[in-house]
Design a protein around this ligand. Structure first.
Ligand code: F0G
Length: 460
């Protein structure tokens, strides 16, 4: 059998990349206030900002788009969407939303409010923002192994049950709105969550009468890790593994922009009749009628097809192995990456990459900017820009980690694109004694990383 793992698809349509020079990129970045989110996409050569909504759809999905039934109520496309999602997730009520955060807003506004808390392995930024917006508090309980970037512990995405129990004791289970298990754990380094951990959490939640919510946007990728790394799952299909995980939760929020292989869409899935009814009322006010939510018929078709395709063995094998390829090459070169490599992204430890840059000058932002200048590569800081807070005196309370995420869009880039990324890191590796980073010159009150402005604390 051949050793080379090939992309299990042929390319039918191409999108040109506009090539730029280093000096052009310096100017573009300055104009974007040193925030890669503010760059224009044609100023970027390889876009690893996110794996969300950036997938290439299959011929089958594009075929589905033409079949989209745009009836306001009871469209056939809705029926296909509902049937695929109910079948895989096992949930009774599926509410279509325009993306993941809409599902989060509907559910967490309903469950949250002042005096309430939410607990998660790690809240994603929109999850935390939607919770805090209701006046509730959000507590992260990552597994202790997740801080050890070099260990090969396979399920660093697990929630730490000890801390969960302490928090529930401290706040009282009646004040815990929900415990959210995010699979894979995106903000915790894209690491998978084991079935063992999900089962333990589910049993605990059922005993205490607390809602368990699955943030399932990368559940197919998570299932791959369970099948290959958790004893007892070798013979199960990826879909069976996903279905078991869904069966442990009371509700699921999904950004279809990830593991449903589409550019837009999401859903909220619940079992409880009353909760479903109340959430449907909010859906109708803010997203759209119950059988389309925030989506057009063609979007629902594409999701129905994508959410089946993502569980294909050849696809998942290629997907995980190609992310691992980039991560392991960088690791071999001495780039401090989070090991083992997760499913959708490679995370670089920017604090280790630039050890001299102080945390309050955002080493991750510096690395993201340097990657852009050196290679036109757009990445995303996941550190104190994204999660930092201020104390009462305005001093930065840093995030737990200073990471830069190289998120790999699904079915979009080839191996030579990834070799180019690796080569760009080779160039940066020669200049790791950078002294300074950035200061923030403008920031909004929520989700500041999207729109903040920066200026360098020296000459870039
Ligand atoms: N939950 C997780 C774990 C996510 O990663 C995201 C989005 C969301 C919820 C929100 O979904 O974007 O459809 O509203 N993550 C993207 C990312 C933006 O780049 O990781 P959305």
């Amino acid at each position: 059998m051949q050793k080379t793992i090939i992309e299990p698809f042929r390319i039918k349509m191409v999108e040109p990349i506009s090539m730029t020079t280093t000096s052009q990129r310096r100017k573009f970045l300055e104009d974007a206030h040193y925030n890669p989110f503010l760059l224009h996409s044609d100023q970027v050569i390889i876009d690893l900002l996110t794996d969300s909504g950036t997938s290439a759809m299959s011929a089958n999905q594009w075929g589905g788009i033409m079949r989209g039934d745009e009836s306001y109520a009871g469209a056939k496309s809705w029926e296909r969407f509902n049937s695929v999602i109910s079948h895989i997730t096992g949930f009774k009520h599926i509410l279509p939303t325009h993306q993941g955060r809409a599902a989060e807003r509907i559910l967490y506004t309903h469950l949250g409010g002042k005096g309430k808390i939410f607990i998660s392995n790690t809240h994603f930024d929109t999850t935390r923002a939607n919770i805090e917006y209701t006046g509730a508090k959000a507590f992260d309980c990552p597994h202790p192994e997740s801080d050890n970037h070099d260990s090969d512990y396979p399920f660093k995405g697990d929630i730490d049950m000890e801390t969960v129990k302490e928090l529930v004791d401290e706040w009282g289970s009646e004040n815990v709105s929900a415990i959210i298990l995010t699979v894979t754990n995106n903000s915790g380094g894209g690491q998978p969550v084991s079935m063992h951990n999900a089962r333990e959490l589910s049993a605990f939640c059922r005993e205490k009468g607390i809602y368990m919510v699955l943030d399932c946007c990368r559940i197919a990728e998570n299932s791959y890790f369970i099948k290959h790394k958790e004893p007892g799952f070798e013979k199960k299909t990826y879909k069976q593994i996903a279905s078991e995980m869904f069966s442990l939760a009371d509700a699921a929020v999904m950004s279809a922009k990830k593991d449903a292989l589409v550019n837009m869409g999401g859903f909220l899935a619940v079992n409880d009749e009353t909760l479903a009814r109340e959430c449907t009322n909010v859906l109708i006010i803010s997203e759209g009628y119950a059988t389309y939510g925030g989506l057009s018929g063609r979007d629902m078709e594409a999701i129905a097809i994508g959410f089946e395709e993502v569980f294909r063995e050849d696809y998942l094998h290629y997907r995980i192995k190609s992310t691992t390829y980039v991560g392991e090459k960088l690791n071999e070169m001495g780039v401090p990456v989070l090991m083992p490599i997760g499913g959708h992204a490679v995370y670089v430890d920017a604090k280790k990459f630039y050890p001299v840059i102080p945390v309050d000058q955002y080493p991750g932002q510096r690395l993201a900017c340097d990657l852009y200048i050196a290679g036109g590569i757009r990445s995303c800081e996941i550190g104190s820009v994204m999660f930092g807070k201020y104390d009462k005196k305005g001093k930065l309370i840093p995030a737990r980690q200073e990471l830069v995420r190289l998120a790999i869009p699904r079915r979009v880039y080839t191996q030579s694109h990834m070799d180019y990324v690796i080569e760009t890191f080779e160039m940066l590796m020669e200049h790791r004694n950078k002294q300074f980073g950035f200061k923030i010159t403008y920031e909004p009150p929520f989700l500041r990383h999207f729109t903040a402005h920066f200026s360098p604390c020296g000459n870039c």
